[in-house]
Each structure stands twice: as C-alpha cells, then as structure tokens.
Design a protein around this ligand. Structure first.
Ligand code: NAD
Ligand code: MG
Length: 393
C-alpha cells in the first residue's frame, strides 16, 4: 500500500485521482486531503476515503468541516491554514503526493513535498513554470521523483526512452511536439472574441477542467505555460519545443527523433489515464478510461496555431526564451488577468494586453532563490492590477 496525499482534492484533478484510487482497492491508502474552502466536498471525500488528516486553507471552512467530522464520529484530524497545507504532503506516512492545487498557491506545498523526498505527481504546472529548477534540485537532494500529470508532458514522458527524460539529446531526440486542442474559440470570428463571456470561455470542447485552466486553454496561455513546463521538466531549450493544433485531443503529444521517427501517445481525452500512469509507474493499472476506437473516430486533424488568434502563445515563447524571472512574471500577470476576466472586470481580449504590459516592464534580474521568486510574483501581480485599473470595461 502506498500512502497518498492529494493537494487540491476537491478540484477536477483531485476528483479524477480519487476515482482512479477507488478503482484500485488495496493499492493506495489516502492519508491527507487538502482544499481551499470547499468543506462540503472534502467532507464527502473524508467519509469515503478516511484520510488521517484533512486540511482547508480557509479557517472558517475548516471549522465547519471539523464540526461535521466530529458529529459523524469520523477519525479524521481537521487542520487549517497554509502551514498545515504544506505539511500535509510531507507527512512520514505519505509516499505519493498529487500536486493539484491551481496556480502559484501550489508552489510551497509542492516544494515541501519535494524536499521530503516524495513521488510528486505534478499537475500544478504553475509551480514548475515559476520554480521548476528549485523543484528538481529539491527532488535530487531528497531522493524524490517527479511524474508529470499534464497530459502532454505525461505523453512525452511515455514517448521518451526510459530513463532518458533529462538527457533526450543524447538519446537522439530532436524535438518535443505539444498538441493543443485550440479551445472553444478555435473557429470563432476574431472580431467576436472581444465579446465572449466567462461561461463561453470555460466550455471546453474536449476536457472538463477547473475555470482557470479552461480560460488558459481558450487563450492558449495553457500551451504557453506547457512549453515552459516542458523546457524545465525535460531540460530542453524552447527552440526544441513545438506546438501543433489538434482539435480532437486524441494525440496527447509527440517526440521527434533524429532518424525521422515520431512517437506519439494516444488516448481518449480523460485525465484519469495520465493519473493512473503516474500512480502505477512503472507498472500499469486500470483507470476507468475506455480504450480508443480509432475506426469509429475516422480521422485526426492538425493545423498550425494562428498567432493573431492566440497572442498569449507568443508572450509565453518570449518569456521561455528570457531569463528564469520572465516566466514568473508571465504566470503572475496571467493569473491576475484571468481572475479579472472571470470576475467580469475585463474583456477576454484584455488578458493578453495585461500580460504584455507587465512583461514589458520586467528588466531581467533572474531570481536566485525562493524568496526572490515570491517577491517577483507579488510585484508582477501588483503591476497587473495597476494595468487592469487603466482598462475600463
Ligand atoms: P480546480 O480549480 O478544479 O481545483 C483546484 C483545487 O485547488 C481545488 O481543490 C481547490 O480547493 C484548491 N485550491 C484553490 N486555490 C487554493 C489555494 N489558494 N490554496 C490551497 N488550495 C487551493 O483546478 P484543476 O482543473 O483541478 O487544476 C489543478 C491544476 O492541475 C492546475 O494547475 C491545472 O493547470 C492543472 N491541470 C489540470 C488539468 C485538468 O484537466 N483539470 C489538466 C492538466 C493540468
Ligand atoms: Mg495539458
């Protein structure tokens, strides 16, 4: 039995993870579940999975969970706050940590788990974009390991030669090719993008995800963050990472080799496949995902990404080519801009403009440690808020 902690248990990835765990009884013991403030859903999960500890960031929500847990006589310790959250994945009875908090908020808990030598199942791409090198250094020092959950990076991991995921050059790899669905606005007339609503932006054609990543998919900043994630995780320069639009989301990414071979990983678009892969690795176990019926599919389509439609992609490439601070700035500005769009404060098309303005202010000064990364993140958030105030809806 492997002890499991899920950071972000009540979100889309958290739910899929628990679904996979429930399908494989006897393999995993859920020791810790954490969330932001959704205590009702966390209570349901406590009933079903009986973790040793349940942590909520929000103290008021934690008090409600605590009362409910007591009333039901569940043997679950309830904790609150950022410190308890970071401690959850570092517990001695935990072997595997699903890092599935959304945004920069996931960085410290993920880093704590990395320092404690755990197997990190990494969905929280923002943590890698901000501090990928720190995470990898912490894992190397502690003897922990990282398995990518993002479907593209999980696909790349599966298509790279075993054990060569940090030495792809020596293994004859020429390029990593990320597929992108193009999101809900792939064929929307450009002029109509000004008026799209948060509900439209969150209605992804292939994947059911949290609201932030859904908006990122609509702007294609998600692919931009994933380019940076691929550079960090697999140790390749941005020039060797490509993007192709593939609207069906059946091929999850490809590795191109020197001899002309391209290896791809395919499957139905369901995050339970990469989650089960990373939980069982190097074995394989059931995920609940139906096998792909290629004949029923008939065809798969590909096209280049249109830079006029997806300006966020170029901004991310620019940040990926810059120093280690540029992705921190990009990510912070994007988080603030997306939250403002979801709150109805700015238009969809303002997201790229806000990020562009904040990135333009950044004068290279690569942060050398965690404190300077967090300071740059905070400063960039302020700069993004300032830009938003100048943009009347
Ligand atoms: P979500 O919004 O559905 O869930 C987020 C989870 O994090 C929830 O449990 C929430 O309570 C918790 N949370 C939010 N803010 C928090 C905070 N400040 N402190 C502590 N906990 C907090 O998001 P999601 O779609 O599950 O995505 C999670 C991460 O996985 C993101 O980084 C996303 O980019 C990545 N990811 C998601 C998918 C997907 O299919 N959903 C695919 C690939 C990668
Ligand atoms: Mg992805």
């Amino acid at each position: 039995m492997k002890g499991l902690a899920i950071l972000g248990a009540t979100g889309s990835i958290g739910l899929s993870t628990l679904d996979v765990v429930a399908r494989n009884p006897g393999r995993f013991a859920v020791r810790a579940l954490t969330a932001g403030r959704n205590w009702q859903r966390l209570l349901e999960q406590c009933r079903q999975f009986r973790p040793a500890v349940a942590v909520l960031l929000d103290p008021a929500a934690a008090a409600q969970l605590e009362a409910a847990v007591r009333a039901e006589g569940l043997a679950v310790e309830v904790q609150a706050g950022a410190e308890a959250l970071a401690a959850a994945g570092a517990r001695p009875d935990v072997d595997y940590v699903m890092a599935a908090i959304v945004g920069a908020a996931g960085l410290l808990p993920t880093l704590a788990a990395a320092r404690a030598g755990k197997r990190i199942l990494l969905a929280n791409k923002e943590a890698v974009v901000m501090a990928g090198n720190l995470l990898l250094e912490a894992l190397a020092a502690s003897g922990g390991e990282l398995l990518p959950i993002d479907s593209e990076h999980n696909a790349l991991f599966q298509c790279l030669p075993p054990g060569r995921d940090r030495d792809s050059d020596g293994a004859g790899v020429t390029r990593l090719l990320l597929t992108a669905s193009g999101g809900p606005f792939l064929d929307t007339p450009l002029a109509a993008l000004e008026e799209v609503t948060p509900a439209q932006a969150c209605a992804h054609p292939n994947w059911e995800m949290g609201r932030k990543i859904s908006v990122d998919s609509a702007t294609m900043m998600n692919k931009g963050l994933e380019i940076i994630e691929a550079c960090r995780l697999f140790g390749v320069p941005v020039a060797r990472v490509g993007v192709v639009v593939h609207p069906e989301s059946i091929i999850h990414s490809l590795v191109e080799y020197r001899d002309g071979s391209m290896l791809a990983q395919l499957g139905n678009p369901d995050m339970r496949t990469p989650i089960a892969h990373a939980l069982a690795w190097p074995e394989r176990m059931p995920s609940g995902v139906e096998p792909l019926d290629l004949a029923a599919r008939g065809s798969l389509n590909f096209r280049p990404a249109d830079p006029a439609r997806f300006p966020c992609l170029a901004l991310a490439m620019q940040a990926a080519a810059g120093d280690a601070g540029a992705p921190v700035v990009l990510n912070a500005a994007n988080e603030v801009a997306v939250a403002a769009f979801l709150a109805g404060r700015v238009r969809f098309t303002a997201i790229a403009a806000i990020i562009d303005a904040v990135l333009a202010q950044y004068t290279d000064s690569a942060p050398a440690d965690l404190e300077s990364i967090l300071a740059l993140d905070a400063h960039s958030r302020d700069a993004a808020e300032e830009k938003i105030r100048t943009l009347a809806l």
